[in-house]
Design a protein around this ligand. Structure first.
Ligand code: CS2
Ligand code: MN
Length: 372
């Protein structure tokens, strides 16, 4: 069976409490990170231990890390990359020594996910994150910042922090003209360096796909389709080199067939973490996020879950971005309510698919932490 988790930003940065998370039916643990430590710095082992103790005290498990962010100079192949990679390895050791075995990260130059609206009103009165390529594709990074400032309702997207406008604009310039293959070479350098440590501690690395899954601002993007994922799998064949399969990110591009990607024999055994959520296409390079339920969006989550079960996926799963509902004021995408609905929906799909095949569900009673 899959292990249901929820992302938690930690005691200082998340309004949602572990007590609330634990009350979501079927919730087994959380995925968290030391968000206070900037990319490029080593995570102290005792800080990870502290975080783990907080989670366990609340009756949950700390099941994985999202994310240990990769410093831009590693992606860019800067002179100081070896030192930065050494720090990354120290962070992995801190995680491994605390018996945590999955790390989600991304290799997107400069930005994490990009949206043009963080609170698009939907007909049912909820709001959702939305992307409209017509608004930003073709804008300079500076213009994009101003656009986002108006769209964000006081919140910021990771990577688009307004006080970093100059720094980020300079970073974009560094990547100008870099090809996908050049970025891939830097990625391989990074993977080759960290894999021995990952193997030593059995840490499965799950790279998160580009979101949205197409090129933006002339930056190279190398994790946006089936072919890219296969290239990553072939780049370093260690069993620790794998994927965080994010259906909403890959699914932002209608050309990506999620069940087919999941069933690809080069990809399937390397899926270590699944972010399962839905998006609704509203035009070319235009979409907004929807509830997780299949018929409210463009992706068929039943087919996605069926494919995951068919390839034997028994790893960590979480709902991903949710809408803002029931008057919750939340970190964009990370409110409690819609993600909780998403989690129970995913559990329901898994139960139905497995029992439909004559399998027992749940088949590992120890993992059902929330059972009273
Ligand atoms: C997450 C990503 O919020 C999200 O969309 O799935 O931000 C993810 O945490 C990072 O890309 C992983 O490094
Ligand atoms: Mn995701």
């Amino acid at each position: 069976m899959m292990h249901m988790t929820m992302r938690w930003y930690g005691p200082d940065q998340d309004k949602i409490t572990l007590k609330q998370i634990r009350q979501v039916p079927g919730m087994e643990g959380v995925i968290t990170a030391l968000h206070e430590i900037p990319a490029g710095e080593a995570w102290p082992e005792e800080k990870v231990r502290e975080r783990k103790a907080i989670v366990e005290k609340a009756g949950l498990k700390l099941m994985g890390i999202e994310s240990i962010n990769v410093h831009e100079d590693i992606k860019y192949g800067g002179k100081n990359r070896d030192e930065l990679i050494d720090n990354y390895i120290k962070s992995l050791e801190a995680v491994g020594k605390n018996d945590i075995h999955m790390v989600c990260y991304n290799f997107m130059p400069v930005f994490d996910w990009t949206r043009t609206d963080l609170a698009l009103p939907l007909p049912d009165g909820s709001t959702a994150l939305a992307y409209d390529g017509k608004i930003i594709e073709g804008l300079s990074a500076e213009e994009m910042f101003d656009r986002i400032a108006n769209a964000s309702n006081g919140f910021e997207m990771p990577g688009w922090e307004l006080n970093r406008r100059d720094e980020i604009t300079a970073q974009i310039k560094k990547f100008e003209g870099m090809t996908g293959d050049e970025l891939r070479a830097n990625y391989k350098y990074f993977l080759d360096a960290i894999m021995p440590t990952c193997e030593k501690y059995n840490i499965k690395m799950g790279v998160h796909p580009d979101d949205p899954s197409y090129d933006l601002f002339g930056l190279p993007r190398i994790c946006k389709c089936e072919e890219d994922l296969v290239k990553i799998a072939e780049m370093n064949t260690s069993p620790c080199n794998g994927f965080s399969l994010c259906t909403g990110s890959l699914g932002s591009n209608p050309n990506n067939n999620l069940p087919k990607i999941i069933r690809n024999p080069k990809i399937a055994p390397r899926i270590y973490f699944a972010h399962v959520r839905n998006v609704l296409y509203t035009g070319d390079h235009q979409f907004h996020e929807s509830s997780h339920v299949s018929h409210t969006g463009s992706l068929d989550l039943y087919e996605i879950m069926k494919a995951l079960i068919e390839v034997g996926f028994n790893g960590l799963i979480r709902p991903d971005h949710g809408r803002e509902i029931w008057d919750e004021i939340a970190r964009p995408g990370y409110g409690l309510y819609d993600r909780a609905l998403g989690a129970t929906y995913l559990i329901g799909l898994e139960e139905a698919i497995r029992k439909g095949k004559g399998e027992a569900y749940p088949n590992d009673i120890n993992s059902v932490t929330a059972k009273i």
